[in-house]
Write a protein that binds this ligand. Structure first.
Ligand SMILES: NC(=O)c1ccc[n+]([C@@H]2O[C@H](COP(=O)([O-])OP(=O)(O)OC[C@H]3O[C@@H](n4cnc5c(N)ncnc54)[C@H](OP(=O)(O)O)[C@@H]3O)[C@@H](O)[C@H]2O)c1
Length: 329
């Protein structure tokens, strides 16, 4: 599917971008693979690792529609990964988060339609489901923009879908590197927000594979959600800081005890497939006859029961401490 195609990834120098490029170059021969992001140093460092002839490094901001429109010329597929994603930073600098995550999404959509890009997948997060912090709220707004964008394409071919998943093991600024840093520094205790806290847990390769797979599955308008395991915060501490006592510090503003991926209120248009869920658009769609219970590869899903919620605390699949340690190997 990606052989001889031109692909652009916004935020391509991030954690997801690195794994995505690694996977794509190992499996396919793209015509051009464009990294679109702001910081020249991150791009320079990435170029030292990924210098295949198809690689292109474009400096640009998703807040800049003209630059995005220029960058997407003759592009077939876009992955929108650029985001501001630190919850406290978003609370403190709300308009900056809104400009990147919401206006940026709007610009990606406009640039993709202007260039008749074939397919766009935008990355979302469990924090966008029934959000309680600004980061999640901006990602929910972004999700809504991408779903509704399918109604803006007119005769064009562009289709937009969203992939939503949970915490990525070891990504920049996340809990595992934080615990590891504390252990290395000889901290006397590991801060635990709440002993019953749970999170969805996914590795970067799993996230990348899921995104790549959904390019073949998508009609346009779906929110794709993988079935992934959950972890208990106490088991994470036992896995990564086994000899350091824990200290309860209380839930931080904007944090939930459990994360949600499929909210109960969306259950009336959520379909369960073998290894994932699909939230179908709740708005009337450009083509009335799309069957979101059946994807483009022919996989068949079934409507979930009314009130069903896919949530990290009620997930039937929890990792044990040993499984947590083996999970990222
Ligand atoms: N990591 C997780 O646990 C997780 C979980 C669920 C969903 N997600 C979603 O997955 C996506 C990728 O996450 P990640 O972990 O790869 O993030 P990351 O490592 O922080 O990378 C973010 C990327 O976005 C770029 N960026 C930020 N602002 C930009 C702007 N205004 N214009 C252009 N590029 C910009 C950054 O580069 P520059 O700073 O150089 O511009 C960087 O390349 C995000 O949409 C995030 O919401 C992540």
């Amino acid at each position: 599917m990606f052989n001889n195609k031109s692909i652009l990834i916004t935020g391509g120098t991030g954690s997801f971008g690195h794994q995505y490029v690694k996977t794509l170059l190992a499996l396919y021969q793209p015509k051009r693979l464009i990294i679109y992001s702001r910081d020249e140093l991150k791009q320079y460092e990435m170029q030292q690792v990924f210098d295949a002839p198809c690689m292109r490094y474009f400096i640009g901001d998703v807040r800049d529609k003209d630059r995005l429109t220029q960058a997407m010329r003759d592009v077939d597929y876009v992955i929108h990964a650029a985001a501001l994603k630190q919850v406290p930073a978003a609370e403190y600098n709300p308009m900056e988060c809104i400009k990147t995550n919401i206006h940026g999404a709007e610009n990606v959509i406009a640039a993709a339609i202007a260039n008749n890009v074939d397919k766009v997948i935008a990355l979302s997060t469990d924090k966008a489901a029934a959000p309680i912090n600004l980061y999640g709220a901006t990602k929910l707004a972004s999700d809504k923009l991408f779903v509704a964008a399918n109604n803006m394409v007119g005769q064009g071919r562009t289709r937009f879908s969203v992939v939503r998943y949970g915490n990525v093991v070891g990504s920049r600024g996340s809990v595992v590197p934080f615990f590891q840093k504390l252990v290395k520094e000889g901290a006397k205790s590991i801060p635990i927000t709440h002993p019953e806290m749970t999170r969805f847990w996914i590795t970067l390769p799993m996230g990348v594979d899921f995104v790549l797979h959904n390019f073949t599955r998508m009609h346009g308008g779906e929110i794709f959600i993988p079935k992934i395991p959950s972890v208990r915060i106490m088991d994470l501490a036992a896995a990564y800081a086994p000899h350091t006592p824990t200290k309860e510090v209380g839930i931080r503003p904007g944090e939930k005890l459990h994360e949600v991926m499929c909210p109960a209120d969306d259950s009336f248009h959520t379909f369960e497939f073998k290894d994932h869920y699909v939230i179908a658009p709740s708005i009337k769609f450009y083509q009335d006859d799309i069957r979101f219970d059946r994807n483009k590869t022919g996989e068949q899903g079934t409507l979930v029961t009314a009130g069903f919620e896919y949530q990290s605390g009620n997930n039937p699949h929890f990792l044990t401490v040993d499984e947590i340690l083996a999970f990222n190997e």
